[in-house]
Design a protein around this ligand. Structure first.
Ligand code: 6R9
Length: 633
């Protein structure tokens, strides 16, 4: 499975295009354990869409992530956990220990009535129990829906209701940096509107007092006392859903992206091993939260399927100080560090004093994910962290793609700073123009599409297949449209330029402008709002909101704070606008459409050339907004 040189990459790529089915069948057959072989490798059309890999194959992903490694190397660490507080002990779970804990918790789920096919919401901080809970769901065939620990009660409720979860797994509280977060309280608030949830399993983390509802709420630590650690893996079809993960799109409502057991397993393991050139014994530290796809694919499933050592970190990069990542690298002798440009830019701002004196000599490979990495950050990362001795792989992918699609293979394929570079084997990218016509050749740019399925392609959006079709497969016939724009150079390297739809990327988090607008509009006194992104030094993109208030709202400073509080409560603190500009009107076309292009330019400070404003209903509002924006600077 491991590509060892550039020639092998080229051969693999060639083979994967000539005969995708043969290519993936060989990888799937030789590197994984199946309970029953598939009868057909691939069945697909992008029209419906219908995408099925390893059709008829039976497996359980946890047997591939756990059982086989327990047989081969029971005492090797599987997960190393580093707590928020550096004074607290870290925890190592060997494959044997992780296996036992997953199996006993799987029995706890069963004991609490959770069955194959049921949806389970997991709302937890980055503690080992989070990984254990996801794997335990997979063990019994329950579909997990992990909700990032920073989301609000109302966001949790929306997600639980969309997929009708029967149980929630959470903790009493959480600690992140110097903040403590009331997880169970937030779940309690969410559950007021969630009739399908019958059980809440609460793990202890902070010993904060919580209310435990009789008949509904049970303690993790108590429940495991009633069960043993013998839990045979449920036989799953390749195409049975493994998990749902909600992500933002251009509409107001997050979509439940569905990934299935077989293809997702094969693809995450293959990409993990090749992109990071993982060799046995290496310690892999992905700084993402398991609440995002990066954590699912490259903390839990990809690494464990490869029998790797995966380090998970509970805290934040700046606590207790901006040297924390480097301390962790030094303490655990980390070999692969996979983080986000926003973290790099933020740590860069603290200067190199936090890096100096730390022994980073264990590092072999650096990775970046989540948003475009600018050249300055790329070079800072390469020089100060990699000591100009570690390849930096810029990995482009999405929740919907399950795993990395465009990236260098560390040390194998050439690097080009700020360019994600070449598609991985099995990935057939193309650029198209507005009309869906393919743009060929080098030094071109266009909308980034894919013409053939890879094993971890999104299968559906939970409960609404049509939405999956219209979102990803309808813009251009027979193509998957990523929503991103990209450039391609004369060597076929790709550079992602960012979203071309109404989706923002704030510190690597996807946020739909419509979601933020809906939240702002919920605030009393707000008449209308329009949200756009603008370049932000650290976050990549910041959130800029134009808000029309009712005329009697006179204390605008208070209204501003109230709006921030409303957005926090409706979505979560990550969606709070960085800037709010009060306006008396928005630039609209005669048909009532907001001209976001103009609002974006003003937010970017590019007011000189706003383009054609003649189709506007009231061109005067543009002048007013321009002046208002200047005053805010
Ligand atoms: C994995 C993940 C997906 C969106 C994607 C794109 C942006 C991710 C990137 C990148 C440039 C990279 N994105 N990686 N842009 N270079 N290396 O982040 O998934 O949260 O679904 O976001 O993030 O715009 O479309 P997700």
């Amino acid at each position: 499975m491991l590509i060892q040189n550039y020639e092998e990459y080229q051969k693999a790529y060639e083979a994967s295009v000539q005969d995708p089915e043969g290519f993936w069948a060989e990888i799937a057959a030789n590197n994984f354990e199946w309970k029953k072989p598939w009868t057909k490798v691939l069945d697909w059309n992008f029209k419906e869409p219908k995408i099925q890999w390893f059709v008829g194959g039976k497996l359980n992903i946890t047997e591939n992530c756990l059982d086989r490694h327990v047989r081969d190397k029971p005492h090797q660490p599987a997960i190393i956990w580093e707590p928020n507080d550096p004074g607290e002990d870290s925890i190592t779970l060997t494959y044997r220990q992780l296996f036992d804990r997953v199996c006993s918790f799987a029995n706890v789920l069963k004991r609490n009535g959770v069955k194959k096919g049921d949806r389970v919401c997991i709302y937890m901080p980055m503690i080992p129990e989070l990984a254990i809970a996801t794997l335990a769901c997979a063990r019994i065939g329950a579909i997990h829906s992990v909700v990032f620990g920073g989301f609000s009660a109302s966001s949790i409720a929306d997600r639980i209701n969309d997929s009708q979860c029967v149980a929630v797994i959470t903790t009493d509280g959480a600690v992140r940096g110097n903040k403590s977060i009331p997880m169970k309280d937030t779940v309690d608030d969410a559950l007021i509107g969630c009739p399908t949830v019958k059980k809440v399993i609460v793990a202890t983390r902070t010993r904060t007092p919580v209310s435990m509802i009789k008949g509904r709420d049970v303690w993790w630590e108590e429940e495991v006392k009633f069960v043993n650690s013998d839990c045979p893996a449920e036989e799953m079809d390749s195409e049975d859903p493994l998990f749902i993960l909600y992500t933002s799109g251009s509409t107001g409502k997050p979509k439940g992206v569905v990934h299935t057991c077989g293809g997702y397993m094969v693809y995450t393991a293959y990409t993990f091993m090749n992109v990071f050139q993982y060799k046995p014994g290496m310690i892999h530290f992905c700084t993402a939260d398991i609440g995002w796809i990066t954590g699912h694919s490259y903390i839990v499933y990809g690494p464990l399927a490869c029998g790797a050592i995966s380090l998970m970190f509970e805290g934040v990069p700046t606590y207790p100080d901006a040297g924390r990542f480097w301390e962790i690298v030094e303490k655990h002798r980390v070999n692969i560090l996979y983080t986000a440009p926003t973290a790099i830019r933020s740590l860069m701002g603290f200067g190199t004093e936090y890096v100096e004196g730390k022994d980073l000599s264990s590092l072999k490979i650096l990775g970046s994910v989540g948003e475009p990495i600018n050249e300055e950050a790329w070079h800072w990362y390469s020089k100060n962290i990699g000591k100009d001795n570690c390849p930096v792989v810029d990995t482009w992918w999405q929740t919907e793609t399950g795993g990395i699609l465009i990236s260098a293979l560390a040390g194998i394929t050439p690097l080009k700073p700020a360019w994600a570079s070449l598609p991985l084997p099995g990935v057939q990218m193309l650029l198209v123009d507005e009309n869906g016509k393919e743009i060929t050749g080098g030094n071109v740019s266009g909308n980034l599409c894919i013409k053939f399925p890879w094993p971890a392609t999104i299968r559906t959006t939970w409960g609404d297949h049509e939405r999956c079709r219209t979102n990803y497969f309808a813009a251009y016939p027979n193509l998957y449209f990523t929503g991103d724009g990209a450039m391609r150079d004369e060597n076929g390297f790709y550079r992602i330029t960012g979203r071309v739809d109404d989706v923002l990327n704030v510190s690597g988090h996807r946020i739909g402008t419509a979601e933020v607008e809906n939240a702002i509009n919920m605030h009393t006194g707000v008449v209308e709002s329009a949200v756009v992104g603008y370049p932000h030094d650290i976050k990549g993109q910041g959130i800029y909101a134009y808000v029309i208030c009712e005329s009697h709202a006179n204390d605008l400073e208070l209204t501003r704070k109230d709006i921030l509080a409303t957005v926090s409560r409706v979505i979560g603190p990550i969606a709070k606008p960085d800037k709010i500009q009060f306006v008396s009107g928005l630039p609209k076309t005669r048909s009532g459409k907001i001209m976001r292009r103009i609002l974006r330019k003003i937010a970017e400070g590019e007011t000189a050339n706003l383009g054609d404003t003649s189709t506007l209903l009231d061109p005067n509002v543009v002048e007013e907004i321009k002046n208002g924006a200047q005053q805010m600077r």
